[in-house]
Design a protein around this ligand. Structure first.
Ligand code: NAD
Length: 504
C-alpha cells in the first residue's frame, strides 16, 4: 500500500470506481479535519448523483461479469483471504490513518486492525458454505429445491467511529458470497476506507466489485439510497438517518439492515466486587470517549451500595487520562467532530437544568500539550439522574454516564427497558439466576454478564426497537446477503395434459 498518513496530508482524495481512483465529475471537494487540532487534514471528493450512478453501474456490471459471477467459490474465498493478509501487512498504517482521521486512540485502532484479518478469514470460509436445500413437494418424479444466491449490488453506508472494523463485518461476507459493493463512508473519516480500496485493488478483485463514493449524506448518501440499481442497503449510523434511508429504500422496495444508535443500560447489583463493576462501567461508557454505539450510558445501581459505588466511580473517573490519541498513556482522546463536542456540552447543561448533578468531569480539560482547538471533553459522571431527563433518553455519543439507584429487580427491569433504544445491556451480579432473568427480560440485542463491550465477529449482533434490525456477524449474515430461489424440476419425462383435471 502506497498511502500513508503523510501522503494524505494536504492531498485531494478521489473516488474509487470500477477499479481506479478518479476525480469527482463535478470537481467538488470538502475538507476533513484533524480532531486533535481542529485543523484541515485533507480534502475528500464530494460525490453527487452522477458519480454514484457510475459506481452503481460499475458494481452491476461487475456482478454480471463472468470473471466474478462464475469464479469458483474456492477462488472467491481465496481472494478474501488475500485481502485479509494485505490488511495484516498494512495494519499499522491503516491504524495510523484512522486515528488521525477520527481521533480514536491509536492503541485501539491498532488492536482493531490487528484483529480484522481473523474476521476476513472467518467470512472467507462462507464462500464455499452457502447452500440451499431440498424440500418435499407431494408429487412423484419432482424435485423441489431452494437455491441460495448472492443479492447483487449492496450499498454500505458507514459512520466515523470505527469505519474499517464496522465495514469488515459486512464487506467480508458480502464479497465471500459473491455480491458487489458500493461503500459510502462518513465524510468525517473516509481516509482508511480509501486506503482499504487500494488493498482491494492490490488483492486482485475484478474492477467494479468494490467501489467507494465519498461525500456528505445529503449528496452522495441520498443519491445512493435513492438509486434503483441497488439490491440491499447496510446502514450503520444514527437512528434519525436510518429512518430517512429506510424511507428512501422503501420507494424502490429495497431491503435494509439497520445498525443504529443506543442508550444502553448497565446494571450493578450489591453482591459484586465494587472495583470490578466500576471498571466495567467506566470502560463500557468512557472507552473511545463514549463514541461507541453500545456505550453503557445509563447506569442503574442497587440502592444498598449506591453511595459506595458513586464514590468509587468518581475516584476511578478522576484517574482517567485525557490526551493525544497517539500517546500510549492516554485513556481518552478527543471527540471526532466539533459538533459532537457542542452536543455533549449541551446535554450536560440540560441535565443540570433538569436537576442532575455533575459529580465528575463536565468540562473541557485544561491540560498542557493539548491544542485548545482540539475537541476534548472530560469523562463525566452525572448523579441524581432520572430516566426521563433528556440526557438519559437521547444518545449523546460522548463520555457521559447518568447514574441512579434502584430498589429491586422489578424496578430495575422497568427502568432498563424504558427506552426507545434496544442495542446492548450489561449486568454485574454473582447470582446466576438473576443474570439469566435479566437476559430473558431485557429488550436488547446484546446482553453482557460481568463484562461489557466484549464482542466477536463469530456471533450475530444487532439491535431491537429503534436500534435497528438485521444482524452483523456469525453465520446469520449468510442469509442477510443472499436470497432464496425456488426451483421445481419434473423428471417424469411426460408432461401431463394440463386440462385433464375435472371437478368430479
Ligand atoms: P450519521 O447517521 O450522522 O451518519 C452515518 C452515515 O450516514 C454517514 O456516512 C453519513 O454521511 C450518512 N448519511 C447521513 N445522512 C444521510 C442521508 N440522508 N442519506 C444517506 N446517507 C446519509 O451517524 P454518525 O454520526 O456518522 O455515527 C454515529 C451514529 O452511529 C451513532 O448514532 C451510533 O450509535 C451509530 N452507530 C451504530 C452502530 C451499530 O452497530 N449499531 C455502530 C457504530 C455507530
Amino acid at each position: 500500500m502506497k498511502t500513508t498518513v503523510s501522503s494524505i496530508e494536504g492531498s485531494r482524495q478521489g473516488l474509487f470506481i470500477n477499479g481506479e481512483f478518479v476525480a469527482p465529475k463535478n470537481g467538488n471537494y470538502i475538507a476533513s479535519y484533524d480532531p486533535t487540532t481542529g485543523e484541515r487534514w485533507y480534502d475528500l471528493a464530494e460525490a453527487d448523483a452522477d458519480d454514484v450512478a457510475a459506481a452503481v453501474a460499475a458494481a452491476n456490471a461487475a456482478f454480471r461479469n463472468p470473471a466474478w459471477r462464475r469464479m469458483t467459490q474456492t477462488d472467491r474465498g481465496a481472494l478474501v483471504r488475500k485481502l485479509a493478509e494485505l490488511v495484516r501487512a498494512n495494519a499499522d498504517t491503516l491504524a495510523e490513518i484512522e486515528t488521525r482521521d477520527n481521533g480514536k486512540l491509536l492503541k485501539e485502532t491498532w488492536a482493531q486492525m490487528r484483529s480484522m484479518p481473523d474476521s476476513y478469514h472467518y467470512f472467507a470460509g462462507m464462500a464455499d458454505k452457502l447452500q440451499g436445500d431440498t424440500i418435499p413437494i407431494n408429487r412423484a418424479d419432482t424435485l423441489n429445491i431452494n437455491l441460495r444466491e448472492p443479492l447483487g449490488v449492496v450499498g454500505m453506508i458507514t459512520p466515523w467511529n470505527s469505519p474499517l472494523m464496522l465495514l469488515t463485518g459486512t464487506l467480508a461476507p458480502c464479497l465471500a458470497i459473491g455480491n458487489t459493493v458500493v461503500i459510502k463512508p462518513s465524510e468525517h473519516a473516509t481516509a482508511s476506507t480509501l486506503a482499504l480500496a487500494e488493498l482491494i485493488h492490490e488483492a486482485g478483485f475484478p474492477a467494479g466489485v468494490v467501489n467507494v463514493v465519498t461525500g456528505t449524506g445529503k449528496s452522495a448518501g441520498e443519491a445512493l439510497t435513492r438509486h434503483p440499481g441497488v439490491a440491499k442497503y447496510v446502514f450503520t449510523g444514527s437512528t434519525a438517518t436510518g429512518r430517512r434511508i429506510a424511507g428512501n429504500a422503501a420507494q424502490n422496495l429495497v431491503p435494509c439492515s439497520m445498525e443504529l444508535g443506543g442508550k444502553s443500560p448497565h446494571v450493578v447489583f450489591g453482591d459484586v466486587e465494587i472495583e470490578h463493576a466500576v471498571n466495567g462501567v467506566v470502560s463500557g461508557v468512557f472507552a473511545a470517549a463514549g463514541q461507541t454505539c453500545v456505550a453503557g450510558s445509563r447506569c442503574f445501581v442497587e440502592a444498598s451500595i449506591y453511595d459506595k459505588f458513586i464514590d468509587a466511580l468518581i475516584a476511578r473517573t478522576a484517574r482517567i487520562r485525557v490526551g493525544l490519541p497517539t500517546v500510549d498513556d492516554t485513556d481518552i482522546g478527543p471527540l471526532a467532530l466539533a459538533d459532537q463536542l457542542s452536543k455533549v456540552e449541551g446535554y450536560v447543561a440540560s441535565g443540570v437544568k433538569e436537576g442532575a448533578k455533575v459529580a465528575a468531569g463536565g468540562r473541557r480539560p485544561q491540560k498542557e500539550g493539548l491544542s485548545s482547538g482540539g475537541w476534548y471533553y472530560e469523562p463525566t459522571v452525572m448523579v441524581d439522574a432520572q430516566n426521563d431527563m433528556g440526557f438519559m433518553r437521547d444518545e449523546i455519543f460522548g463520555p457521559v454516564v447518568g447514574v441512579m439507584p434502584f430498589r429491586d429487580e422489578a424496578e430495575m427491569i422497568a427502568l432498563a427497558n424504558d427506552s426507545h433504544y434496544g442495542l446492548a445491556s450489561g449486568i454485574w451480579t454473582k447470582d446466576i439466576d438473576r443474570a439469566l432473568r435479566f437476559a430473558n427480560q431485557i429488550e436488547a440485542g446484546t446482553v453482557w454478564v460481568n463484562t461489557y463491550r466484549s464482542a466477536s465477529f463469530m456471533s450475530a449482533n444487532g439491535g431491537f426497537k429503534e436500534s435497528g434490525y438485521g444482524r452483523r456477524g456469525g453465520f446469520e449474515v449468510m442469509h442477510e446477503f443472499s436470497r432464496l430461489k425456488n426451483v421445481i424440476i419434473d423428471y417424469s419425462g411426460a408432461m401431463q395434459d394440463p386440462f385433464v383435471i375435472r371437478l368430479k
